[in-house]
Design a protein around this ligand. Structure first.
Ligand code: SF4
Length: 218
């Protein structure tokens, strides 16, 4: 297996690699942290960075060490190169935040599990916020969910990159299962109609949000 099969990303020194262990919604345990710390020390990994996607990236790994590092980490590979869901970021929501009105961590974990292996035209990011303060940047993610008193609001087509775009609001007051079902339908439509490597924001700009709205209404 080559470095790519292990989700390893070649760095600008063209010699070493970075890997991203899978840590859904940024939740970790003491055991996971200790294991990561042990591996980092043992292999002399020079950089460990917390990413905007609520993941830890381990940078500066030699090619021959990629496989043993993964074995010792005992964690799944976090998606970073594939055309699929890369991560779900979620705020603390009702688990701990005093402003939370919906369970963003719980929904985020469920979505990460449901869509971890779902192939898509391009990479996809999901942001789940437990209240309208939107700390998980939901409106600038491909799919955004924002918890309000009466349920979830779902946004589609946001992006925070070089050409930022605010996602379109598709529905409000959704129950948890309704939100998951709608998200699934959005992704099915996107998968069927997007060009290869076309992110949701560019897809909506090209095709118009009304096409998606009509498909969802049908
Ligand atoms: S979005 Fe709301 S619930 Fe989530 S962390 Fe921010 S203030 Fe708290």
């Amino acid at each position: 297996m080559g470095p790519q099969e292990f989700g390893a990303i070649l760095q600008r020194d063209k010699t070493t690699y970075a890997i991203v262990p899978r840590t859904p919604v940024g939740l970790v345990t003491p055991e996971i942290l200790e294991r990561i710390a042990g591996v980092v020390r043992k292999h002399g990994i020079p950089i460990v960075k917390i990413t905007s996607g609520q993941r830890l990236v381990l940078v500066g790994i030699k090619e021959e060490e990629i496989e043993p590092v993964w074995k010792e980490l005992q964690l799944d590979i976090g998606r970073a190169l594939e055309l699929c869901l890369h991560y779900v970021q979620a705020c603390p929501g009702t688990s701990v935040c005093r402003y939370g009105v919906q369970d963003s961590l719980g929904l985020g974990q469920e979505l990460e599990n449901l869509f971890y292996d779902f192939a898509l035209p391009a990479k996809l990011k999901i942001g789940i916020s437990g209240c309208p303060m939107t700390c998980a940047e939901s409106q600038v993610r491909d799919i955004g969910l924002v918890g309000k008193k009466n349920g979830w609001s779902l946004y589609f087509g946001g992006n925070a990159g070089g050409r930022p775009r605010i996602g379109d609001l598709l529905a409000e007051d959704l129950g948890r299962e309704e939100a998951i079902a709608l998200l699934r339908r959005c992704l099915a439509y996107y998968k069927e109609n997007a060009k290869p490597r076309e992110r949701t924001a560019r897809f909506v700009e090209r095709t118009g949000i009304e096409g998606l709205r009509a498909a969802l209404a049908g």
